[in-house]
Write a protein that binds this ligand. Structure first.
Ligand SMILES: [Zn+2]
Length: 181
């Protein structure tokens, strides 16, 4: 990693379901991607909107410094990712239908705690696609670092682009591990 500070991912799950099903996935995909040279390269050469006026180097440093702007945060240099699962069987049953369709989850609305649809979690585990989960959490984490996607086109926002980059790199990583084993 040269002179860069490694960002260690410590996922502070507040939800047992997510913890049981996905902790290893998160450790092995998101953490490795964020600390990779490829990720750094992609961030440094990317063209993004909604960057809060930061340069590419500053954006990269922002991720590596991992100082959460929203929610309780935690230690700098550590991705303090707080996730829970939507309670579609109880008080959050309004989310059941959107979760059956395209919704992946909801952001924490400033609380720093993002909630995922249990259907998506279950499907990705079953399909063996940790990259989707890594991408979703990366997207939400960039929100927690204080970025949004209010400018158009929103797919070109820093938030969306980081999600896409993490998905690509995590998929590559999964495939290279398959080949190596
Ligand atoms: Zn978003």
């Amino acid at each position: 990693m040269g002179d860069d500070k490694n960002t260690t991912l410590v996922s502070q799950y507040i939800d047992r379901y997510a913890l049981l099903c996905c902790l290893n996935w998160i450790k092995s995909s998101l953490e490795d991607v964020l600390n990779s040279e490829e990720f750094k390269k992609e961030v440094l050469k990317g063209e993004f909107n909604s960057t809060n006026g930061l340069s590419n180097q500053q954006l990269y440093d922002k991720i590596m410094t991992a100082h959460e702007e929203e929610g309780p945060g935690g230690q700098d240099g550590v991705v303090d990712l707080m996730v829970r699962t939507l309670r579609i069987d109880s008080d959050e049953s309004d989310w059941r239908k959107p979760c059956d369709k395209r919704t992946i989850g909801v952001d924490g609305a400033g609380t720093g705690i993002t909630a995922i649809c249990p259907q998506k979690l279950a499907k990705w585990v079953k399909d063996g696609r940790p990259e989707y989960l890594a991408a979703h959490y990366a997207h939400e984490y960039i929100h927690i670092l204080g970025f949004h996607h209010d400018k158009k086109p929103k797919d070109e926002s820093f938030v969306y682009q980081i999600g896409d980059t993490v998905e690509d790199l995590a998929e590559k990583l999964r495939k290279s591990r398959l080949n190596a084993s």
